[in-house]
Design a protein around this ligand. Structure first.
Ligand SMILES: Cc1cc2nc3c(=O)[nH]c(=O)nc-3n(C[C@H](O)[C@H](O)[C@H](O)COP(=O)(O)OP(=O)(O)OC[C@H]3O[C@@H](n4cnc5c(N)ncnc54)[C@H](O)[C@@H]3O)c2cc1C
Length: 496
């Protein structure tokens, strides 16, 4: 059995197939990339959040001391508990030898055969998982815990969160026919309830991430056959859109595997037109594009032309793609380098709003040089891609050029050094140029919430993803280790 196919997201009864965990999140900050002056209240927010009454030495170690003027480590803002937890987990994930038994264990816990291995029924196991990997990668089991996590993320300097709901079931478990109308209706109701719960839990400036496959077996069947949503699904999606618009938040539709992705794109474009036309100059619903697909630049160009024709702002969330192990190899670029070139080329074209050699206009597009209005989320853990994008933005600030609405996003518990660097890079620059107006990058973390058992499939996928990114995980581990040493040295030096 292919391990990437062991879990599928679903909403309510353990009755239908979904291709992954379903997320939902929201943002109310319409302006994705704020501009603040150095020393402004916005620039001071993150520092003030860190000031406590702890003695300086303890503060240095646990990460609550006032930031030093220069050369402050980007990870200095993380609490010690978080640094230590990350270090232990990254040590496991960056070792092929240790990762294998972890995946085996997670797989057993994601698909429990006895109450002993069911984290929601075995209190000891529940406590153990909740205080280790769950705490690292998940936001909480209920509204109170999730909102505490959202606040903690914002105190680190992040603009907000992408909030996703996780609930998964074994592939092949569903015996339900996609034509069973009663079950289909229940599934859609459950999907809508979860989506609206996400919108409600999300705070201003957040996104809600969702999966259309989360609507159940019938939705998967329709998507696989590139058919439109049923009337009942259409009404549910419109309710989710209306709730999002009313709250001023935003919806992100995840990209999934090629078997359903063309169907997903058609659905998203339908609701982009419905939502984004109601919020002029701003994308309220975003489509996710996977840069590892050779077809992605052409798909984005086609969608830009559609948005141009219909007069709304296109929402683009760009990822590299998570389904390499199960997609036909020929649809994916031949090498990782090709994927990187595609990713960075598309980002550059969108940020500068100039078509380039990677993103060229669709035959039907009216403007052949200028990219139509677009909002972008750069969802990646890749430091080089983030740095490239940020330097384009700083250049634009310096040249006083117009900038699109831009956000960066990383997963909770992953690539914290990239998120913190992005935030800290800006802060360093602000300190060096106190009178200049600088760009404050909008950094978001994707938080997945649900009961410990519901999140086990999500955790298993994170572990599987790490098997493809051991080198990058080693970088994160090194960064955490350096941060720990920095704190120990600071305490020792001050102690002498
Ligand atoms: C906030 C957020 C949201 C996400 N949402 C989605 C989503 O909706 N749908 C989805 O599919 N994924 C999603 N992902 C996961 C994403 O697609 C990547 O799998 C993951 O982020 C790793 O890519 P990277 O850019 O971070 O890092 P990198 O380590 O630089 O890139 C790794 C990626 O490169 C690509 N790659 C690796 N080897 C090769 C090769 N030999 N040839 C061609 N390409 C190769 C693969 O896509 C691989 O995942 C999301 C990630 C984040 C951070």
């Amino acid at each position: 059995m292919n391990p990437t196919r062991t879990v599928r997201a679903f909403y309510q009864p353990a009755s239908y197939h979904l291709l992954q965990a379903r997320y939902v999140s929201t943002t109310k900050t319409t302006k994705s990339s704020a501009v603040v002056s150095a020393g402004s209240p916005a620039a001071a927010t993150t520092s003030s959040a860190l000031q406590t009454t702890f003695p300086q030495q303890i503060g240095d170690l646990i990460g609550t001391s006032k930031p030093k003027p220069d050369s402050q480590s980007p990870l200095a803002k993380l609490p010690l508990s978080s640094v230590l937890r990350s270090l232990v987990i990254l040590s496991f994930s960056s070792s092929h030898l240790l990762l294998k038994p972890c995946i085996y264990t997670l797989s057993a816990l994601a698909n429990p055969k006895t109450p002993l291995t069911d984290t929601d029924r075995n209190p000891l196991l529940h406590w153990l998982i909740k205080n280790t990997i769950y705490k690292q990668f998940n936001a909480g089991e209920n509204k109170v815990e999730v909102q505490k996590s959202i606040n903690e993320i914002k105190e680190l300097g992040c603009r907000g969160v992408l909030l996703g709901y996780a609930r998964e079931v074994l592939t092949g478990e569903s015996k339900v026919s996609p034509h069973d109308a009663k079950v289909a209706k229940q599934d859609v109701d459950a999907w809508l309830q979860g989506t609206l719960q996400g919108v409600e839990m999300a705070t201003e400036g957040d996104f809600v991430a969702l999966k259309f496959t989360g609507m159940g077996t019938q939705a998967v069947h329709l998507l696989q056959n590139n058919l439109p949503p049923s009337e009942y699904m259409d009404a549910a999606i419109r309710k989710a859109c209306d709730a999002t618009i009313a709250k001023g938040t935003r919806l992100l539709v995840d990209a999934e595997e090629q078997a359903v992705q063309p169907g997903i794109e058609n659905w998203v474009m339908k609701y982009q037109k419905y939502c984004n036309l109601q919020t002029p100059g701003k994308a309220t619903i975003y489509c996710t594009y996977q840069a590892y697909l050779k077809s992605t630049p052409a798909t984005i160009a086609k969608h830009l032309a559609m948005a141009e024709r219909d007069g709304y702002t296109l929402g683009v969330k760009l990822v590299r793609g998570a389904y390499m192990k199960i997609e036909p190899r020929h649809v994916i670029w031949d090498t990782k380098e090709d994927t990187d070139i595609c990713y960075d080329g598309v980002v550059e074209a969108i940020l500068t709003r100039r078509y380039n050699s990677m993103l060229s206009p669709a035959p039907e597009s009216v403007a052949k040089e200028t990219v139509p209005p677009v909002n972008l989320i750069i969802a990646t853990h890749n430091r080089e891609s983030v740095q490239k994008a940020h330097s384009v933005r700083l250049q634009q600030v310096q040249n006083n050029e117009p900038r699109i609405d831009l956000s960066y996003a990383q997963l909770q518990g992953m690539a914290d050094e990239v998120s913190c660097d992005l935030i800290n890079g800006f802060e360093d620059a602000a300190r060096k140029h106190p009178h200049q107006v600088l760009e404050s990058p909008n950094v978001y973390k994707l938080l997945t919430w649900g009961s410990v058992q519901e999140c086990m499939g999500f955790l298993l996928r994170r572990a599987l993803e790490n098997t493809e990114a051991v080198a990058r995980t080693k970088d994160s581990q090194k960064a955490m280790m350096e941060e720990l040493w920095r704190r120990i040295k600071t305490v020792l030096v001050r102690g002498n």
